[in-house]
Design a protein around this ligand. Structure first.
Ligand code: GH3
Ligand code: MG
Ligand code: MG
Ligand code: MG
Length: 307
């Protein structure tokens, strides 16, 4: 798409296509008390394949943000009847860091300090109305590029590259891991005789087994922290009742042992052993105790859970 009023906007096609290709798509919330202004910004964003939701003021914006966790961009007016846009930015920045949400302020006001007010409150950028359409697109894309880069950095720093579960760093840094004043469940899982799987079928199949297991763990425990903490060892950290968690882990052991995977034409069977603890202790103690249980599970013949 090339806006009629500005043929040089063709340069904007590159970031759009890149974003579509890399699946970095965005959903925007446009906050303005003027319907006309909202519709205009909506039309600009929709031409860039950005989904748009509208809010007529700060309260509506905050309530939409609370219910729609897929919004990645907020574009807000300054002067609105109940509370102004800078107050909205301050509130949002307490909840969303810059790798989660980008914010652009807009205003027709001549107040010279307004740019600084928006930026200090945590906005990524600011534009004075009326703005040049191409400038809007340039600022929009540089803001979204930074958001995409921050997201990618966060992912690279916290996710395991092979299995897409959380990594050791994320696991040990998580508030649930650090809060040792509350009882938590920690399960330590290790694949049985994994070396044999590698030796028999090759490392590539071994990698696929790890990926399958990671997906299974994430499906079984959507409300727990699943992290790969070693080569073929995973942790599942859970903040709630131990009995339900234990039953789910036992079901997992059973299901893995009774499922045959078909990977690249090879039929693979494998089992896992688990150590489980439920205690109020620091994360290193929990891990040590879970590791002792795991050791017993291995000695008891594997394919079981010990707590
Ligand atoms: P046990 O039942 O006692 O746990 O036996 P095991 O063979 O699973 O244990 P061991 O610790 O001897 O071997 C773990 C193996 O996991 C060795 C290592 O090559 C393999 N491994 C670790 N990380 C990866 C990985 O990312 N990919 C693959 N394919 N193998 C891995
Ligand atoms: Mg207004
Ligand atoms: Mg191991
Ligand atoms: Mg093993």
């Amino acid at each position: 798409y090339i806006p009629k009023d500005n043929p040089s906007c063709i340069s904007n096609l590159i970031p759009i296509l890149h974003r579509l290709a890399t699946n970095n798509q965005h959903r925007a919330l446009v906050v303005d008390d003027s319907v006309t202004a909202r519709k205009y910004i909506r039309s600009l964003l929709e031409r860039q394949y950005i989904d748009v939701i509208e809010a007529n003021g700060v309260s509506q914006a905050l309530s939409i943000m609370e219910h729609d966790k897929s919004i990645t961009l907020v574009i807000t007016d300054y002067a609105m009847p109940e509370r102004n846009g800078v107050e909205l930015v301050k509130t949002l920045r307490k909840q969303y860091h810059t790798g989660e949400l980008a914010i652009i302020g807009l205003s027709a006001s001549d107040e010279i300090a307004l740019t600084a007010k928006f930026l200090k409150a945590g906005a990524n950028d600011y534009l004075k109305k009326p703005f040049n359409q191409e400038e809007f697109y340039c600022r929009l894309h540089s803001t979204l590029n930074i958001l995409d880069a921050e997201r990618q950095l966060y992912q690279m720093a916290n996710q395991d590259y092979l299995t897409q579960t959380w990594n050791r760093r994320y696991f040990f840094e998580h508030p649930l891991a650090k809060n040792h004043h509350m009882p938590r469940c920690l399960a330590l899982l290790d694949i049985d005789n994994f070396k044999l799987i590698n030796d028999t079928y090759g490392h590539h199949i071994g990698d696929l087994v790890l990926i399958e297991l990671a997906q299974l763990l994430q499906r079984y425990f959507p409300d727990a922290i699943v992290a790969r903490i070693g080569g073929e060892e995973f942790c599942v950290l859970y903040g709630n009742a131990s009995q339900i968690f234990k039953q789910r882990l036992q079901a997992l052991v059973y299901d893995i042992a009774h499922t045959e995977l078909s990977l690249l034409g090879q039929n693979i069977n494998f089992t896992v052993s688990l150590g489980l603890v439920h205690a109020e202790a620091n994360i290193h103690d929990l891990l040590k105790r879970a590791d002792n249980c795991l050791y017993k599970a291995k000695n008891d013949g594997r394919n079981c859970l010990v707590c």
